[in-house]
Design a protein around this ligand. Sequence first.
Ligand code: 6PG
Length: 480
Amino acid sequence: MNPSAHIGVTGLAVMGRNLARNLARHGYTVAVHNRTPARTTSLLAEFGHEGTFVAADSAKAMVAALQRPRRLIVMVQAGRPTDDVIAEYAPLLDPGDVVVDGGNAHFADTRRREAALRERGIHFLGTGISGGEEGALNGPSIMPGGSPEAYRLLAPALTDIAGITPDGTPAVAHLGADGAGHFVKMVHNGIEYADMQLIAEAYHLLRHATGWEPARIAEVFRQWNTGRLNSYLVEVTAEVLAHHDADTGLPFVDVIADAAEQKGTGRWTVQTALDLGVPVSGIAEAVFARSLSGHSALRAAGTALPGPAPTILDERDAARLTEQVEQALYASKVISYAQGLHQIQAAGDAYGWNVDLAAVAGVWRAGCIIRAAFLDRVRDAYTAGPGLPSLLADPGFAHEVGDAQLPWRLVVSRATRDGVPVPAFAAALAHYDTLRTPRLPAALTQAQRDYFGAHTYRRTDRPGSYHIRWDTDRTEEAAL
Ligand code: 6PG
């Protein structure tokens, strides 16, 4: 059989199937394969009319169907399944071919896989694909990492199928070598967790303080979505809060079990940040909030703990609180994105990826779960200042967040006084205040460490490391 397919997709669960359809709709001849042949058959039966598909009933048939250099997209579960598929295909491919991993792989696995395939002369593109099944079909945000050569081979197809940003550019860019793409996708998911947690805290505080029904709060989010908080997640929140359960007629959000689950990419983000020494407190609080919500025994024991009696605001004060919460939500959101982008920058330094944060913000403007209007300005900030140490070093964002600090503080203090948990709001505010503080109590920490562990300390008035002999008060300069 003459190889006729421009590109192949193996793994036809929802994401893989929709990605194959997206490619076919853009005129590519797409070879498709799935370990369970029924999925291949059903794809062609249901969507064969959308373009040109070539059904492959084995890895061998897939490889035979692909024009060289072969372009194969692997869309299977992260971890061992991805390794198994690569192990099956690698011996069948030739030098110069390229394998794309479009799953939510851990970046360390991607680095390992890229190095192993490079030994065979096969390119590997670890590619974060965000936007869920709808995004995969109609235009995801695509975050590829790998060699320039590997990206060059895929760029036309990825550009054709990516989401389109507000200024008409495709939501795809080569983000760096080996694991850079999957790292950026991982942090995207971490920021997604923080975004969702902040929205949840805003909703919870408003409901607790005003007694409003979810549908009323949905209107608040709809209003916010017309301003600087415009984003996919705020839009989704308005939809969800306005929805009523078909079975009971109750607000949909009131019939859902309040234990949040997580597949793990947010957890990876925090684990990786700890290793890099980068504070991502907003993301961490979001991960812990999900975990704590699932600790039913802990929560059952906690119901007996005393707390403040709820107070319901009158309409005037409720309107004022709503404005304050908008400010707190926006400021906390900026902090969470700043922390995530700092983590990407630190990883780029650690792994030699030299990631362009303007490009990262650029591809997050369409297709992905955290797409948001303010990302245009985030991209502009890093375009104007590629070496920005933090998003908060951008004058525009520093001014906006600074302007929000009083309402932000009022929101955190009201929530604290009313016994409403706002871990992500509070963590973001603490991060902001830590950055502002000229002298931190870390000096005391150093003294304590030297006292009990002789771990030495540095001074403000002269270079070097020192240790005090606390028994004789004699200071020794520590050998460097
Ligand atoms: C995306 C999403 C996706 C994520 C799901 C569930 O970018 O399309 O982030 O990758 O896996 O949203 O994630 P959790 O189960 O971790 O919430």
